[in-house]
Design a protein around this ligand. Structure first.
Ligand code: ZN
Length: 420
């Protein structure tokens, strides 16, 4: 089967040509990818939903030249019970890059493979500016068999649009709300989407407008003043110009949950900790190290393990050609920073656990006996140095364990902001 996207001209959507738009109106492109097979009713509802999203965004966020191209990819998610969200996100990123879209929504009729909840309707990824949506559970006819075809299409379209706008909110860093009619109300069941007003609140609109204005700015690679920069200078400039975006993306990834979701990494790290804390030689060796060496070792451990896992788990987007883009730099820096923060969290947990174990089980007599070559009683400073020593080694072994995590799972943890 061919990988090439199948472009389908959509008579129902008038596409605003970004070039033809007035110069002062920034163009924003939100691309739709129809992934896999849809039946007639689903396709009709999907088309209606796209029109609803289009009119909602144009009405609520005027001041941008919105366009909504649509691509069909029959080859995606075929022959599986539940499609992997990261596979759809990857496909969305590819389409987005090839066509220069700002956001991509990949919609499938298959179920999405949820990792942390019984099921998921959508998986937005702010780091990739892409969301995967599933309409498999949205069909209202499964509960209410009396409804007419028109009612069914209408309700299904409303649910798809509500889910798409909710995901769009996440891609722009919005938080959840508790009002059931709010777009950002987290749906617990597909029927919760029926209550959505399909309208962002005015606070939502202000937040989205700022984000989208950033996105709609001309990209660095499109501006001639940046053409002469070397690769590192280009990357540095991109980071300086986009630091707020990077910080926001890292927050959406919530890297502090990594140690709790990457069980192989955490198991390896904590096994190492237990062995080291219970070994006299480890205390003897650890407590006599100078503090600066432990700080340097810790820094190397955090940076080294982040870089190792990013590489080993294939977290950075595979490049097509050598064209450098601002988006790629921002994505790479965000994911590296998120991994580093995840590793820092693991390091902190190891450090704290060592101190707790020391307080619970070790009295001065044992510690002084176990650290005989230190030549003096073990004080609080030596305990901190030892905790740093254990945490750095534990993190190193943890990263080796982390490299055995399933790549799809690791990417899911790193990229998917929430299982909606
Ligand atoms: Zn949500």
């Amino acid at each position: 089967m061919s990988d090439a996207p199948i472009l389908v001209p959509d008579a129902g959507l008038e596409v605003v040509d970004p070039v033809a738009a007035p110069a002062h109106v920034p163009a924003v492109v939100l691309g739709w990818v129809e992934a896999g097979a849809f039946d007639e009713a689903q396709r009709a509802a999907f088309k209606k939903a796209r029109a609803m999203v289009r009119s909602a965004l144009r009405a609520e966020l005027p001041g941008f030249a919105w366009s909504f191209p649509y691509v069909r990819r029959r080859d995606l998610g075929v022959g599986v019970l539940a499609v992997e969200p990261v596979d759809l996100l990857d496909a969305g990123v590819t389409e987005r890059r090839l066509a220069g879209w700002d956001f991509a929504f990949v919609v499938t009729a298959s179920d999405l493979h949820a990792r942390f909840r019984p099921f998921t309707l959508a998986t937005p990824s702010q780091a990739l500016d892409t969301a995967a949506l599933s309409i498999a559970r949205l069909d209202p006819a499964v509960r209410d068999t009396d409804m007419t075809d028109e009612e069914r299409t209408e309700r299904l379209a409303h649910r798809i649009a509500a889910l798409a706008l909710h995901s769009f909110g996440h891609l722009n860093g919005l938080d959840h709300e508790t009002r059931p009619e709010a777009v950002m109300y987290p749906p617990k069941a597909p029927s919760d989407l029926d209550a959505s007003s399909l309208a962002f609140t005015s606070e939502n609109q202000i937040e989205i407008r700022q984000e989208v204005a950033d996105v709609a700015d001309p990209r660095m690679e499109e501006e001639s003043i940046f053409e002469t920069l070397s690769a590192p200078a280009f990357a540095l400039k991109a980071v300086v110009l986009n630091w707020a975006d990077i910080a926001d993306t890292v927050l959406q990834i919530r890297p502090w949950r990594f140690p709790f979701q990457l069980s192989k990494l955490t198991t390896a790290a904590f096994s190492t900790l237990v062995v080291l804390v219970m070994t006299a030689e480890a205390w003897d060796l650890g407590t006599r190290q100078p503090w600066w060496l432990i700080i340097a070792l810790s820094a190397v451990a955090i940076v080294g393990t982040s870089g190792y896992l990013v590489r080993k788990q294939g977290l950075l987007a595979r490049r097509h050609g050598h064209a450098r883009t601002e988006q790629q730099v921002v994505q790479a820096v965000s994911i590296l920073l998120a991994l580093a923060l995840g590793m820092l969290t693991t390091y902190g947990l190891l450090f704290g656990t060592t101190l707790v174990l020391r307080t619970l089980f070790f009295d001065p007599a044992i510690l002084d006996g176990w650290s005989a070559s230190l030549g003096r009683p073990v004080g609080p400073d030596e305990v901190l140095v030892f905790a740093g020593f254990v945490a750095a080694l534990g993190l190193g072994v943890g990263a080796l364990g982390g490299s055995f995590e399933d790549q799809t799972y690791f990417r899911h943890v790193a990229y998917v902001d929430e299982e909606t």
